[in-house]
Design a protein around this ligand. Structure first.
Ligand SMILES: Nc1ncnc2c1ncn2[C@@H]1O[C@H](COP(=O)(O)OP(=O)(O)O)[C@@H](O)[C@H]1O
Ligand SMILES: [Mg+2]
Length: 140
């Protein structure tokens, strides 16, 4: 029988991420630590784009630019984002791909979702950006 604590702490880790033609990245891959990760680099190298790619894996869209084709690297026809997760001791491979003129596809372990709504919530994620802080200031 599962203990109460193991129900609450749903273990989930993004182990690695690979990008193809996503925003400023032609090809890129990243390995992540299970605890804390820092992205360091000059302005414009793509730190926020990496976070947005991870957001894409959870929600099937960009946090910053909901127009899908604008997330394809300029001059290219498609993007692919792949993330490999450990979730409750199981390997989960999530792929989000988009091609100009075609419907976006989200696959879990090779199987495309018929409806994106079935995927939302599977990989819980929160993104906090400076824009959210600005909204709070206006609402005070
Ligand atoms: N669709 C795209 N194709 C090519 N480059 C893009 C695209 N979308 C954004 N970029 C580029 O990504 C860069 C910004 O990356 P960003 O993640 O905001 O950098 P950082 O957070 O490291 O400062 C800019 O140079 C911008 O032109
Ligand atoms: Mg940034």
């Amino acid at each position: 029988m599962e203990s109460k604590d193991s129900n609450i702490l749903e273990y989930m880790v993004l182990k690695n991420l690979s990008l193809l033609n996503y925003k400023n990245f032609e090809t890129a891959s990243f390995e992540f630590d299970s605890k804390i990760n820092c992205l360091v680099g000059n302005n414009g190298v793509g730190k926020t784009n990496v976070l947005d790619a991870i957001y894409h894996l959870s929600f099937g869209k960009s946090y910053f630019n909901p127009i899908t084709v604008q997330n394809i690297k300029h001059g290219e026809g498609f993007f692919v984002i792949e993330g490999n997760y450990d979730k409750k001791n199981r390997e989960e491979k999530i792929i989000v791909s988009a091609k100009r003129g075609l419907k976006k596809i989200i696959k879990r372990n090779g199987k495309p979702y018929p409806r994106f709504s079935e995927h939302i919530g599977f990989l819980p994620l929160v993104i906090i950006s400076p824009a959210d802080r600005d909204l709070n200031c206006r609402g005070k």
